[in-house]
Ligand binder design. Structure first.
Ligand SMILES: Cc1cc2nc3c(=O)[nH]c(=O)nc-3n(C[C@H](O)[C@H](O)[C@H](O)COP(=O)(O)O)c2cc1C
Length: 210
């Protein structure tokens, strides 16, 4: 697959085959792609906890709700002001699968980056550089997993999920993680999720906006 083929093929998948596996060499190639991303401080001081042990995965996701009632889903859409019908459909598909998608994954990757300043109260944009860099690394991981014929999804930690993850995985205090990544094999009956259409002509502005 050439580069643009990989970019087109990568789509978030939340319906994984629970019997699929991934070997250590494939994981190494995927994480190596992650480590080659652009980094703000020239140090690439990232670590990746890769969990294949089912009992650890299940412990890690104990804190994630296993589903959502129709009523709570409706409340979430309205509280978060999610008015667009395509966007609503994406949330209706994604929210109930947050637990299952990790339980059925071949492995869970937790990318770790060092954050020296208070990320929730940055003094300027450069204080977010470490966070921005780890996301570059995450995109490389998503693309590399796609090139390896795997699929991914991710979850941003909510509530006390960050503390819980730290407790279960026992990583050093100076590291934080932006999301959990699930890597797996797509089930044959996986949902195809429609995405928002865009017009390249309208989004690209040569030389000036208008
Ligand atoms: C910053 C960020 C946060 C996301 N958070 C979640 C999440 O918490 N749970 C989830 O299932 N998907 C999450 N996603 C995946 C998006 O839902 C998905 O990328 C989006 O619908 C576009 O679909 P695509 O990846 O197939 O292009 C997140 C993606 C990004 C970039």
């Amino acid at each position: 697959m050439d580069f643009y083929g990989v970019v087109e093929k990568r789509r978030t998948v939340r319906d994984f085959d629970p019997h699929a596996t991934i070997d250590a060499e494939t994981i190494q190639r995927i994480i190596s792609a992650g480590l080659q991303a652009p980094s703000n401080d020239h140090l690439r001081d990232w670590h990746f906890v890769v969990i294949r042990d089912r009992s650890v995965i299940l412990k890690l996701i104990e804190i994630i709700p296993k589903g959502i009632s129709a009523e709570d889903m409706q409340k979430l859409l309205s509280d978060w002001h999610l008015d667009d019908p395509v966007q609503q459909e994406c949330y209706r598909n994604a929210v109930p699968k947050q637990y299952r998608m990790f339980a059925d994954a071949c492995c869970v990757v937790v990318p770790l980056f060092k954050q020296k300043t208070d990320i929730l109260h940055p003094e300027n944009l450069s204080h977010l550089n470490g966070f921005a860099s780890i996301w570059c690394s995450i995109e490389n991981i998503l693309l590399a997993a796609t090139a390896e014929e795997y699929c991914c999804t991710l979850r941003i930690p909510l509530g006390n999920e960050e503390e819980w993850t730290r407790k279960v995985l026992n990583f050093p205090a100076e590291y934080r993680f932006p999301c959990l990544i699930a890597i797996g094999k797509k089930r044959t009956d996986a949902n195809e999720i429609q995405q928002k259409e865009y017009s390249l002509q309208e989004r690209i502005h040569f030389d000036r906006w208008g």
